[in-house]
Design a protein around this ligand. Structure first.
Ligand code: G1P
Ligand code: ZN
Length: 593
């Protein structure tokens, strides 16, 4: 096998962001660009001689080309064996699982997640470690450092590999094995969940949910057995989860064909934005809300790690979903003995904190991005993790997992006979409701966004103790994370303002002295409200400034208000403090999630 060494010059922008290196396809396609980054990864994490590597992607435009490139460069590294998803397809959670199951040294995930695909869209490369999780910051920094001093990369001179047929071939010292993209993952789901119970529920729906007549009624199934099973629609958004969803929901759980829509991965995702939120999965949401539509809807993103959950009459906010799954986890086979702890990213709504407190579990607050959960999961400190950005997962892999979240909800419905709406409302009644939303200002001028953050940071101390618009700013800080496992520190992870109603203490109790004194040693979740400013680390155009808003409502009678109305005054206060709309020359967010 001839190995070619190609002289190259470094690019200065190959710093992996929140989740790997993401760029426009056109930027990735520049001569040597992808090669340089792949070589930088090998240099940072190698040597790879004789090691096992996993490789796959979300099927987006350019996936097949970069698969061939990684194969040839891995052969040049004398990698022992590569497990490659058929046709270059592996969802992100499936890759994580395969790395763990076969004790691989690591893996490449070719994906830009929920970002648009196609020739004008985005592409991405992410490296995962032997625990199945995204490379931690010290490794991504090492990759960046390597990328800046590269002088050459190495590549085997060989024909393209047939990636569409399962089986083994040998190239130089490397065995390339093309594997079924779905089987290992689907088998793992059967280990975690009791598929016999789920199958029965799918076949009979709420009509058989004898435990709760009201649930059956709420779903229109109360009229009798004629309901014809559980009516579920899964929108794979023309992205990677299609084959997984067909196999698991339709084949293994016996739901009718057609349950999975947009189930074939397309290179341009059919020109849609493969991000499962109420805006990009609007058709699904409308269908579920229609009286004659399905009982339950779910969707996943480009690479299969995000999830959207919607029941009739109830969209589930991701932060609530984490809390509700945690509160009901013992109903599920894999978690019947309980959870070790829960982790959420800092901007994620604090509903899970209340569940943790009630169950006596530790709650960890990490920076945004799944890589920060890795140490907590590996050390056994937590079992469930979640982010407000439609990500939920558990210790079964080291990525968030869209289909897993859907199966969790199915399992909880099957075990309780309750609808999504009932489960959510009962949860709020018990724990209170954390009203939550996120405003995104996308594609804004980077300098202006940086300056807003810098000014906020500089003014933090002055805000504390101030009263504004009926609120008292009790705490304002620049979130830094001290990893309890490896003791690393990650600074500047978002600017938080924690508020109490003026005249109340932080818990909202009237007639007590307000301010810092009243909340000393108190938990963040006990504040009445909060907002957080943060810059996105996944965008590929300009900057995206995110504003996260949260308000806690304990009063049952006030838990059914419009989320945006409830949070609008907080948004106005956040704007007053930061001046962001004027400074970004925007009069509204580009997206409200
Ligand atoms: C976004 C989300 C974050 C998620 C990441 C990858 O990152 O906010 O929670 O982990 O995508 O899916 P951001 O663009 O905010 O850096
Ligand atoms: Zn994703």
């Amino acid at each position: 096998m001839q190995i070619k060494t190609v002289t190259t010059t470094p690019f200065d922008d190959q710093n992996p962001g929140t989740s790997g290196l993401r760029k426009k396809v056109a930027l990735f396609a520049r001569p040597h660009y992808a090669e340089n980054f792949i070589q930088a990864v090998f240099n940072a994490v190698g040597p790879m001689q004789g090691k096992l590597l996993v490789l796959g992607g979300d099927g987006r435009y350019y996936n097949r080309e970069i698969i061939q490139l990684v194969l040839k460069m891995a052969v040049a590294q004398n990698v022992g064996k590569i497990l490659l998803g058929q046709s270059g397809i592996l969802s992100t959670p499936a890759t994580s699982h395969i790395i763990r199951k076969y004790q691989a040294y690591g893996g490449f995930i070719l994906s830009a997640s929920h970002n648009c695909g196609g020739v004008d869209g985005d592409f991405g490369i992410k490296y995962n470690m032997d625990n199945g999780g995204p490379a931690p910051e010290k490794v991504t920094q090492a990759i960046f450092t390597e990328s800046k001093k590269l002088t050459a990369y190495h590549i085997a001179v060989m024909d393209d590999v047939n990636i569409d047929r399962q089986g083994r071939s040998q190239c130089g010292e490397t065995i390339i094995e093309v594997i079924d993209s779905v089987r290992d993952y689907a088998d793992m789901m059967e280990d975690l969940f009791d598929f016999a119970v789920l199958r029965r529920f799918c076949a009979q729906g709420f009509a058989a949910g004898v435990k709760n007549g009201a649930a059956a009624k709420a779903n229109g199934a109360g009229k009798g057995e004629a309901a014809g099973g559980f009516r579920f629609c899964f929108d794979a958004m023309n992205a990677v989860t299609g084959p997984y969803a067909h196999e698991i929901f339709e084949h293994r759980l016996g739901l009718p064909k057609g349950t999975v829509i947009r189930g074939t991965p397309l290179p341009d995702f059919g020109k849609i934005h493969p991000d499962p939120n109420r805006i990009y999965a609007a058709d699904l949401c409308r269908a579920v809300m229609a009286p004659d539509g399905p009982d339950f809807g779910a969707a996943s993103d480009g690479d299969g790690d995000r999830n959207l959950i919607i029941g009739k009459g109830m969209f589930v906010a991701p932060s609530d979903s984490l809390a509700i799954l945690a509160a009901n986890a013992t109903l599920v086979k894999a978690y019947k003995t309980g959870l070790r702890g829960i982790a959420r990213s800092m901007p994620t709504g604090m509903a899970a904190d209340r569940v943790a407190a009630r169950l006596g579990l530790p709650l960890f607050e990490t920076p945004t991005g799944w890589k920060f959960f890795g140490n907590l999961l590996d050390s056994g400190a937590v079992t469930f993790c979640g982010e407000e950005s439609f990500g939920t997962g558990s210790s079964h892999v080291r990525e968030k997992d869209g289909i897993w979240a859907v199966l969790m909800w199915l399992n909880i419905m099957a075990a309780t006979g309750k609808t999504v709406k009932q489960l959510v409302e009962e949860h709020w009644a018990l724990y209170g409701r954390n009203y939550y939303t996120r405003y995104d200002y996308e594609g804004v001028e980077s300098n202006a966004a940086d300056k807003i953050m810098a000014d906020l940071r500089a003014g933090l101390a002055a805000y504390e103790g101030q009263e504004m618009d009926g609120w008292e700013i009790v705490k304002a800080d620049d979130f830094a994370y001290h990893d309890p496992v490896d003791k690393s520190v990650s600074r500047h992870q978002g600017i938080r303002f924690l508020l109490a109603k003026a005249g109340d203490n932080a818990k909202g109790e009237k007639g007590q002295k307000s301010g810092r004194e009243a909340v000393k040693g108190d938990k963040d979740a006990n504040y009445a409200a909060r907002f957080v400013f943060r810059l996105s680390g996944t965008g590929t155009q300009g900057a995206t400034l995110r504003l996260y808003l949260e308000y806690y409502e304990a009063d049952y009678d006030r838990q059914n208000r419009d989320v945006q109305e409830v949070l609008a005054p907080l948004a106005r206060l956040a704007d007053k403090i930061s001046g962001l709309q004027a400074r970004l020359q925007r009069n509204r967010p580009s997206m409200i999630v």
